[in-house]
Design a protein. Structure first.
Lengths: 214, 214
């Protein structure tokens, strides 16, 4: 039924604890369903090995980034551990007009700013079932020192304060990535049928009703 | 994931134009999915042929109905074409506590009253794709005179004003009842993952995070 309803894309923020599996969930969402566009952030931090320009990030100098800020070319930006991160406005707005739901995988700071500018954005928080699972996942990755893991957990504790500012929880339970992916897809499909996003459809039905009842 | 989230049922109002196929959609929703309870209204109107006490309605006298009003035993009630219709509170609240989503299939007048008393209720409006389809369905039923059909269409035109007060549109397209049923199910599944309905889960994660990061 969505093809006769609101055709404008929905701006969607996906955040979550580091280690919640956001990256995997987003990758599967893009593979499994069409109609989504994943926004690529701009950053001033140096590319890591295997990171590609335009795929993982747009890598820019501080001067270039500040120019983007001055031109109001970013929907939101934040400074984090000494580097800037931001969301380019143009790509997002083009995709929304084309009817694609645009996913921003961003930090909580940025999420608040997006909400302020786009009140009809949908904010989804990806979380493991419990905190112990988060710890286990970080340990099992085996890529970080105990100190780094402790740092991530501390940060997750700080971030948990922001959960209440989101619209939906998507629980990424162990061994159930697909369920989490499908739920995010369902949330957005249902959001397209919200009354507040369908004033054109309602207006048309009302007009037809007015004529049809004469 | 819903079994680890909010366990309280969601009060759900389903309204729609007469001829939109609400009855069929509700019947299929109950058959196809578990976890729903359909509320049975109380009315003072006389039973029609094939209508059973406690299944289609609870049939009561005007005096009995007024007693229910005085006892605050109804969530909402309205007078329509000289008869009272109301929703019994007890059944609804018992089901919600048991974790069932309770569906009220009621008129727009009643929907507004439910929203006022239960701000977290979900209001869904079932509509055909266009008004012409509504007219065709009423004609094809073959059970009503041209005058009665004109009356229903006129009423639908009046009712279309209330669409904007609902949360979601469920379009019941010709030959696609299952899609409409599945969408209503999805809407409620997703509503269970709303942040505003999951303060307990969030509180638990925050506590675990606080301890886990020490």
């Amino acid at each position: 039924m969505n093809d006769i309803l609101n055709q404008r894309g929905i701006l969607t923020v996906v955040s979550g604890f580091s280690g919640a599996g956001k990256g995997t969930v987003m990758k599967r969402l893009m593979e499994k369903y069409s109609g989504y566009a994943l926004s690529v952030s701009v950053t001033t931090r140096a590319p890591r090995e295997n990171e590609e320009e335009g795929i993982h990030y747009f890598f820019r100098s501080r001067e270039e980034f500040q120019q983007l800020i001055r031109e109001d070319a970013l929907i939101e930006f934040a400074e984090y551990q000494g580097n800037y991160y931001g969301t380019p406005r143009r790509y997002v707005e083009d995709c929304l007009s084309e009817g694609k739901d645009v996913i921003l995988e961003i930090e909580m700071q940025g999420a608040e700013k997006v909400r302020a500018k786009y009140p009809d954005a949908v904010l989804i928080f990806v979380t493991p079932e419990n905190f112990d699972q988060l710890r286990k996942r970080l340990v099992n990755r085996g890529t970080e020192t105990a100190e780094q893991i402790a740092g991530r957990l501390k940060r997750a504790a700080e971030e948990s304060v922001y959960m209440k500012d989101y619209d939906y929880i998507a629980v990424n339970m162990d061994g159930a990535v697909e369920e989490c992916v499908d739920r995010i897809h369902d949330i957005l499909q249902c959001e397209h049928t919200r009354i507040s996003r369908n004033s054109e459809f309602i207006e048309r039905i009302r007009e037809e009703a007015g004529k049809g009842a004469e």
